[in-house]
Design a protein around this ligand. Structure first.
Ligand code: GUN
Length: 282
């Protein structure tokens, strides 16, 4: 029976590391790190995420600001708001919650946030840094997954890792981070032939496709470590991941639950990234 990797508990450890660092940084630099979170429109899931991000920032003792903008805001006005924050010397991190309303070009928004304040690690300069092995801000969810994997003391060198999903936010960056640790990495996706057979080669299986319970126990190699990035609702409206936990847990050696696995780690790593951006400021 697979052990549960408790992301909620580990996220508290990470947030406490940040909480301990904030007063030290304040004493050294004369002010606290400051994160600004922008939400556009009223997507209920996004509202929960941003509230949790601001709550986490308050927990660590850093400064934070939530900017709530109407769904009708023009792209031009949003970009201007971002430019103003880029130029604000006491703002260290800027996060624009995705997705954005259809009339706003997400790529333009991501490109406008200055690379130095890009706490999400989505700016092309940070993406290039990740793939070229340079110092950069690493996206929060992949960074959180690596911390979860490290918490069980797993040696990745020579292991087969399969990533299901190829998004810029999770699939692609986590594949690179696993590669950096000398895993043999396969990226699978919606068009992969015989997804089950590919998944069964995985010693480490990371699933980030946004399809409820797509990966079932028969697709998991016995003893595999399973990381579930999904956040979906099942037929009964209950939160569930991309992995069918009930059938996968008996086969896996370790597995992350939903909720309480990857989600809280994403937010904890956002706090770490804000600290990184703050330090890069001086
Ligand atoms: N929407 C879903 N995940 C994320 C994330 O990590 N950052 C931002 N900005 N938006 C998201």
């Amino acid at each position: 029976m697979g052990n549960i990797i408790d992301g909620k508990a580990l996220s508290l450890v990470v947030k406490d590391e940040v909480k301990a660092e904030v007063p030290v940084l304040e004493a050294q630099y004369g002010r606290k790190p400051c994160l600004v979170v922008i939400i556009v429109g009223e997507n209920p899931a996004s509202q929960v995420y941003v509230r949790n991000k601001v709550k986490a920032a308050a927990y660590t003792g850093m400064e934070s600001r939530l900017i709530e903008l109407p769904a009708t805001i023009t792209e031009e006005a949003l970009l201007k708001q971002i430019e103003d924050l880029n130029n604000d010397p006491v703002v260290d991190g800027i996060l624009v919650q995705l997705p954005l309303p259809k009339h706003i070009d997400e790529e333009k928004v991501i490109d406008t946030i200055s690379k130095e304040k890009d706490v999400d690690g989505f700016h092309p300069g940070n993406v290039a840094g990740l793939w070229l092995g340079k110092k950069c801000i690493v996206p929060c969810t992949p960074a959180g997954i690596m911390r979860l994997i490290d918490s069980i003391g797993l040696e990745l060198k020579g292991k087969n890792a399969v990533v299901v999903g190829r998004s810029n936010i999770v699939g692609k960056p986590i594949a690179k981070l696993l590669l950096d640790r000398h895993a043999t990495v396969t990226i699978a996706h919606s068009r992969t032939a015989d997804l089950g057979a590919v998944c069964r080669t995985a010693d480490v299986l990371v699933v980030a496709v946004g399809k409820a319970k797509l990966v079932t126990g028969d697709m998991v190699k016995p003893g595999a470590v399973v990381i579930d990035v999904g956040m979906n609702r099942d037929e009964e409206g209950k939160l569930c991941g991309d992995v069918d936990f009930a059938s996968a847990q008996p086969v896996a050696s370790y597995i992350t639950p939903v909720p309480g696995g990857v989600g809280p780690m994403t937010i904890a790593m956002l706090m770490k990234n804000t600290i990184e951006c703050f330090k890069n400021h001086f």
